[in-house]
Design a protein around this ligand. Structure first.
Ligand code: G6P
Ligand code: ZN
Length: 553
């Protein structure tokens, strides 16, 4: 008989989960009962009650995982949870967790990750609650968790010895079952349903000596998926095709975010070793980056190219069709052009993956993407880094059937030949004083420049993006300032919703060209004049004092 204890606690008032859960420094989670309070609040907020519920629990392997796993087990027993499904060693990527919730028809899941933020005793941890559809908890649920946390007085938990979840099998603790499963199996099975593994394997084996593939797990959770897919399934040599594939609690001291800045080691190797297919995923496996010889696939182009080839190159879409496409507002409009050509419904939603979920549940969106290195489909309710990488690999395999030797560079150029090219870049200004950032947005909201011409670019419209969800009718206002130009170019300015210090201003610049002689141009050259226009119109320097962005992607 396992007995539950009840003890008194005091509420914390800062436990409001964002779309990506509660994300804070490890030190914050280590405060007395801080983590316990939050887990207790989650238990109280479970839709339909915690009694008899089934939860999937695991994370990206970052520092503090085991301590929080133990707390979740103790509190779950006391809350009357029927079953916890735990991937072995507690390791599961965010998209694979989403799949487990859906596949096992769980009530929800608790994912322990701070995504691409660094890990370690002085770095970040996160607790994210996902609901029955496999997606992040919607606002009514996160608000409920927050409300409960602010008036929490008691903690209920079972005082248990340390629970081991390193072995596959089922243990019973009181009235609760803890089922430890292989965290990779189910995900790989899903990928096998979606992609043509035979064709990928055949291509990689046939071209063993000429086609070089390198996957960078960034010491996050996807190393275990990379190992299974690229080595076991596709038969590539581990030493040559995987790097940083071992999950580490501190991600090797690096920032596990796949972009040109933080995945520089991969970028350098691709260039130096003339790698044909380079790819990386972030700490918890929902972001991705794909690159090849002389070719970097921008996330905005990535989703457009995947959508273009979906039905031809990916069995899942051949079978289910493509019901619609969607992108976040700042993402370039390359995807819209594919939607128009294929006569598909397409949506422009605010930044945040949750906006795609409603569309997917309603069967109106099959493929979607964001400029922030997120790409995915309706196979789960999270963006999926490994899926995006396999989608690109499938496209390479597909085009090489008819045109051997077609590279990632060629695939991009061929795409531009059909649709034209949407040059795109993003400038981030991090840790700007919040007041200054707000003043800048205010200035942009008040602009009256329609009809004016700046260095040849004539403004056709300015607005503050507002989205009405076509499924539930909810309205999200003030999602970013859009300055549109007559030639189809666009400047977007918005404040990041994920920064942890001060405000982060994001400036997005997009220029469309259907002049073939420009398709091979370097992005910063093609966008140079428009970037200057953006800086002039926004008066960014005078508002913030910054003459350079912190990061360019
Ligand atoms: C997270 C979200 C994405 C979002 C990204 C950047 O990864 O899941 O949906 O695009 O953060 O958001 P931000 O508000 O910082 O631009
Ligand atoms: Zn992530």
């Amino acid at each position: 008989m396992v007995e539950s204890k009840t003890i008194a606690t005091q509420p914390y008032y800062d436990q409001k989960p964002g779309t990506s859960g509660l994300r804070k420094r490890v030190k914050i989670f280590q405060q007395k009962y801080y983590t316990e309070n939050f887990i207790q609040s989650v238990m109280h907020a479970i839709e339909g009650g915690s009694q008899g519920a089934t939860l999937v629990v695991g994370g990206d392997g970052r520092y503090y995982l085991d301590q929080v796993m133990q707390i979740i087990i103790q509190f779950s027993v006391a809350a009357g949870i029927k079953k916890l499904i735990v991937p072995q060693h507690g390791l599961v990527s965010t998209p694979a967790g989403s799949h487990l919730i859906r596949k096992y028809k769980a009530t929800g899941g608790i994912l322990l990750t701070a995504s691409h933020n660094p890990g370690g005793a002085d770095k970040d941890f996160g607790i994210k609650y996902n609901v029955r559809n496999g997606g992040p908890a919607p606002e009514n649920v996160t608000n409920k968790i927050f409300d409960i946390s602010k008036s929490l007085e008691q903690l209920h938990y079972a005082d248990l010895p340390h629970v081991d979840y390193s072995q596959i099998g089922t243990q019973t603790i009181g009235t609760m079952e803890v089922q430890v499963i292989d965290g990779v199996d189910d995900y790989v099975d899903l990928m096998k349903e979606i992609f043509d593994f035979e064709a990928i394997r055949y291509f990689l084996q046939e071209n063993k000596d000429t086609f070089k593939l390198l996957f960078d797990g960034m010491h996050g959770v996807t190393g275990i998926y990379g190992q299974r897919l690229f080595v076991q399934e596709f038969g590539l040599a581990k030493e040559k095709s995987l790097m940083r594939a071992k999950p580490l609690p501190d991600f090797g001291g690096e920032h596990p975010d796949p972009n040109l800045t933080y995945a520089h080691e991969l970028v350098e190797r691709v260039e130096k070793e003339q790698i044909d297919f380079g790819a990386a995923s972030d700490g918890d496996g929902d972001r991705n980056m794909v690159l090849g010889k002389n070719a970097f696939v921008t996330p905005s182009d990535s989703v457009a190219v995947i959508a273009h080839y979906a039905r031809e190159a990916i069995p899942y879409f051949r079978k289910n069709g493509v019901n619609g496409l969607a992108r976040s507002m700042p993402t370039s409009r390359a995807l819209d052009l594919v939607a128009q050509k294929q006569q598909l419904e397409h949506f422009e939603v605010p930044t945040g993956w949750k906006f795609f979920g409603n569309l997917m549940d309603a069967g109106r969106c099959s493929i979607c993407g964001e400029e922030s290195f997120g790409t995915g489909s309706d196979h789960v309710r999270e963006k999926d880094g490994v899926w995006a990488i396999l989608a690109w690999l499938s496209i390479v395999v597909h085009v090489n059937k008819t045109k051997p030797g077609t590279s990632i560079y060629d695939i991009l150029q061929d795409h531009y030949k059909i649709y034209g090219r949407n040059f795109f870049t993003r400038y981030d200004y991090e840790e700007v004083e919040s007041k200054k950032a707000t003043e800048l947005i205010q200035h942009l909201q008040d602009l009256s420049i329609v009809g004016q011409t700046f260095d040849g670019f004539t403004v056709s419209d300015v607005d503050d993006f507002e989205y009405r969800d076509p499924i539930d009718g909810s309205v999200s206002s003030h999602q970013g300032i859009r300055i549109m130009f007559k030639d189809g170019s666009r400047i977007v300015v918005r404040l990041s919703g994920t920064g942890s210090q001060g405000a982060t201003i994001r400036l997005y610049i997009e220029k469309y060209s259907n002049n073939p002689s420009e398709y091979a141009m370097e992005t910063h050259k093609a966008l140079g004049p428009l970037i200057q226009v953006a800086l002039d119109i926004s008066r960014l320097k005078s508002f913030t004092g910054r003459d350079k962005p912190t990061v360019i992607t």
